[in-house]
Write a protein that binds this ligand. Sequence first.
Ligand SMILES: N[C@@H](CCC(=O)N[C@@H](CS)C(=O)NCC(=O)O)C(=O)O
Length: 180
Amino acid sequence: MNPIHKKVPVLIHEDKPIVESLLILEYIDEVWNTTHPLMPEDTYDRSMARFWAKFVDEKVVVTAFEAMKSEGEEKEVAIVAAKETLELLEKQIEGKKFFGGDEIGYLDLVVGWICLWLPAIEQVGGMKLLDSSTFPSLYQWTQCFVHVPAIHECLPPREKAVDYFQTGLNYLRSLDASKK
Ligand SMILES: N[C@@H](CCC(=O)N[C@@H](CS)C(=O)NCC(=O)O)C(=O)O
């Protein structure tokens, strides 16, 4: 269903596959055009939401993974880089309940992984990236987000996420060891 990247998620609708998480969200928003749209109504706000979604995908996710898997001095540098990206997100959520305003929207769903995956990444990487004193608004947002009933109901258990990243890290380390 995803012959180019061979990755999940894939949404199958009317026998046709839709791939890439961000595109899937936009597709859902357009097809099931509900009274509660995910995307902002204003054109400029929509392009900003897409900008920050891309930033989260390409920078926040990548720097957090890098901080988890690196070691020694490299890890220190990677942790600083990861915190710099979180700082930029912190500025985006300051003074707001959700990225989408009073209700969760597209960008909240895109940032949502930091409520489950990030703590697991931190645990496996033996480091802390998102703490409540450095990033009070982002931390507060995580608390609001996980308490939205629709989110709360479908959060997988944290141990599953920890297992996932630990297995991935062990695999990467075994590849490194076999190269030496
Ligand atoms: N940019 C893609 C990333 C998808 C992705 O990395 N999926 C991972 C799981 S989270 C996957 O399918 N990995 C399997 C593999 O790489 O073989 C998206 O947002 O949908």
